[in-house]
Design a binder for this molecule. Structure first.
Ligand SMILES: Nc1nc2c(ncn2[C@@H]2O[C@H](COP(=O)(O)OP(=O)(O)OP(=O)(O)O)[C@@H](O)[C@H]2O)c(=O)[nH]1
Ligand SMILES: [Mg+2]
Length: 462
């Protein structure tokens, strides 16, 4: 009784409706846009289809319906849901374009409360769900907020091992010919910044994810601006006692531009979009590094770990939530599960657990709720069996992006982070398929998006 009275009080102060800001986190090409499109699509179709059996509000017929409503932040473009659906329902179906800028979508979910004071006071309530989409590359900049120029340079130079050391050679050769204490020359800085940016692009081509600053590879409207023209450099002298560089020197100008980048680009992005989330889903494409190799795996793992340190975690009381929302639940999801046969999903899940282990430890320390799942936002394959002599073996059927129908067994997913030698004996080919054909009168085909929704918003629809 006391609890209900407290809830009535809260409702009186907050109103019947509630809000939830969902952080969709993921490195570039992890599947954020596909996930946001599918999540919106599934919810929009929930009133006419039983497409979300694992979302209890939908299964219990308490989810009345969902619609898109105008977002509160007028300065951010709308998420291009219609364009994404047009591509997916096109002939042939195509994936939405890679994201080049930030955008937002707001969904209103109307439901019948089944619990507590809300049920006593009202027949229906609304949950507003806000989600933003952005290029994955920009996420890689969040850790820069915690580092000054010297520290950032140190981490960059320390990472120059293996493939990176080879790719960085042209840029490192330029540094050898430059004196950080000499007077700054803007033209030279521009030229070497382009060589450094080229190095970052090459890292990406080799399947590496940790490329900083993220805007260098995806500048958007800042293309060519001096704030995107700097690169790591170290000062002469020994590490404990480097020489001092004044602001007119080359080093001084690089440092000043880094600081400008931190405040004008990264901090602004962080403040506007990342400081007020309630829940988080971290999307991870564990199959891409299996294709790409050992270094790609470890690179992805540490990039994720660094990013996760930039979010604010911790359970919060109602009062605290009103003033400083904090993430209280995280879902780690291995995306594109339709790239492997169903009996491999358990292995994929355990590989995911290994992949996120450092990030998990970080968030676990804050005592928040976490879970791992394997999902496919938009299915591109169907599963079945093909006979192989007397045996029948599981197989996937789909159409490759160049239009060839393909039936294949893509290989076994290792349950643990593989050792380097693993790639010598095993070749993975998790092909890129076209999305499956879909019609405008049915929701998109997915795997466990309803389970993800139940975890992320199920308790808010009670
Ligand atoms: N088979 C399959 N492929 C998927 C799925 N989701 C995404 N993909 C593939 O992954 C690619 C990238 O997905 P996006 O949703 O654009 O990834 P993103 O995280 O938004 O990438 P950026 O915008 O570049 O940061 C797509 O073009 C598809 O090829 C899925 O559920 N199943
Ligand atoms: Mg995207």
């Amino acid at each position: 009784m006391k609890k209900i009275r407290q809830e009535v009080n809260d409702l009186f102060h907050r109103g019947m409706d509630s809000h939830l800001r969902l952080a969709v986190t993921g490195l570039s090409r992890a599947g954020k846009t596909a996930f946001i499109t599918s999540l919106s699509n599934q919810l929009l179709y929930s009133s006419i289809e039983d497409n979300l059996p694992l979302l209890s509000a939908s299964r219990d017929k308490r989810l009345i319906g969902a619609k898109r409503v105008p977002q509160t932040n007028m300065m951010v473009p709308r998420f291009s849901y219609d364009e994404a659906m047009e591509s997916l329902q096109g002939i042939p179906p195509q994936w939405p374009e890679p994201t080049k800028d930030v955008s937002e979508i707001r969904l209103a979910l109307r439901y019948k409360p089944n619990k507590g004071a809300k049920r006593l006071l009202t027949d229906s309530s609304t949950l507003y769900l806000d989600i933003i989409d952005y290029p994955g590359e920009w996420l890689l900049d969040l850790p820069l907020l915690e580092m000054n120029f010297e520290q950032w340079c140190d981490t960059q130079f320390a990472s120059l091992k293996g493939i990176r050391a080879d790719l960085a050679k042209p840029w490192l050769d330029e540094l050898k010919a430059m004196d950080p204490l000499a007077e700054a020359n803007e033209k030279e800085i521009e030229r070497v910044s382009l060589i450094y940016t080229d190095y970052l692009h090459r890292c990406k081509e080799q399947g590496l994810h940790w490329v900083q600053p993220g805007r260098f590879v995806l500048p958007g409207e800042l293309k060519g601006a001096p704030v995107l023209q700097f690169f790591p450099f170290s000062l002469p002298g020994n590490a404990d006692k480097p020489q001092k560089a004044d602001k007119h020197s080359l080093y001084g100008m690089l440092r000043a531009r880094y600081q400008e980048y931190q405040t004008k680009v990264v901090k602004r992005f962080y403040k506007e979009y990342f400081s007020t989330f309630d829940r988080q889903i971290v999307l991870i494409d564990c199959l891409q590094p299996l294709n790409a190799g050992y270094e790609s795996f470890h690179d992805m793992r540490s990039a994720l770990e660094q990013i996760m340190k930039s979010f604010r975690y911790g359970r919060s009381s109602l009062l605290k939530r009103l003033f400083s929302p904090r993430i209280d639940k995280i879902l780690f999801a291995s995306t594109k599960a339709d790239h492997v046969t169903p009996e491999q999903h358990t292995s994929l899940l355990s590989l995911l657990q290994q992949m996120v282990h450092p990030s998990w430890q970080h968030a676990a320390f804050e005592n928040i709720e976490m879970e791992c799942m394997t999902i496919a936002s938009i299915r591109a394959t169907t599963t079945g069996f093909v006979s192989n002599g007397d045996e029948s073996v599981p197989a996937l059927r789909g159409t490759t992006t160049d239009g060839t129908p393909l039936t294949l067994y893509p290989g076994e997913v290792p349950q643990k982070l593989p050792k380097e030698s693993f790639w010598q004996d095993n070749q993975f080919e998790f092909n890129s398929f076209r999305p499956m054909e879909s019609s405008s009168d049915a929701a998109l085909n997915h795997i466990r998006i309803d389970k993800a929704l139940q975890y992320l918003i199920g308790d808010k629809l009670k």
